[in-house]
Design a protein around this ligand. Sequence first.
Ligand code: GCO
Length: 263
Amino acid sequence: MSTLFNLQGKRALVTGGTHGLGLAMAIGLGEAGATVIINGHSSQEKVDAALEELRGKGVTAHGYLFDVTDEPQVEDAVAKIEQEVGPIDVLVNNAGIIKRVPMLEMELSEWEQVIRTDLTGVFVMTRPVVRSMIQRGGGKVINICSMMSELGRNSVGAYAAAKGGLKMLTRNMATEWAKHNIQVNGIGPGYFATSQTAPIRVPGNPFNEFILHRTPANRWGDPEDLKGTAVFLAAPASDFVNGQIVYVDGGILATIGRPAGEA
Ligand code: GCO
């Protein structure tokens, strides 16, 4: 059983791995034995701080700055990583942004930025990594989806369109690449306590109370809650799992919810 979840000797690249869910998954993959490579897009300081945290936990870690939406940058970065660290066995496409703006008020440029980062960025990032995986006989790709891969919510239309598209991109990647022993799956986080949700998690904020009531587990997710699913989808235990989105959501998608006041 221990070999099913052992990542010793594997190299895992986590995009957007400098904070929040990405860093938590990077730590989890490292704790399972992987050498971890994190990507940041703008701040070397953030990459360095994340590397310090990872190394402080005994994780072998490397960091690279590049923009996952820029194909030349991505191709250069993958080549540099494979030369300096080694081939990428696990790719976690976590980098993403959100803009909470009603669609009739959203600038087209804002829409395009969200789609480009959250959906196109996965397409751009994954192709050079998968070309190398095919040459080496296989690999793992994990795309970080969302509740918005399944549900709509006021003010996050661009994000929902991107994350809904990412669910189907995950299935199509699985379809095209399973024959190369590449398993492509997704993780759909529920509502987690991170910097991305901090603006809507303010105590007393109606949305904060709504989420606590809408989540059967009655709590916001902790980034630690994602580690196990990330390790499972990165490890031999999931070698016959293809095109699945595993929702780590405290039960949100299992229920229509409950009346106000009902415990
Ligand atoms: C929001 C939240 C969500 C969560 C997550 C849910 O504004 O509704 O930020 O987008 O972050 O994506 O799965």
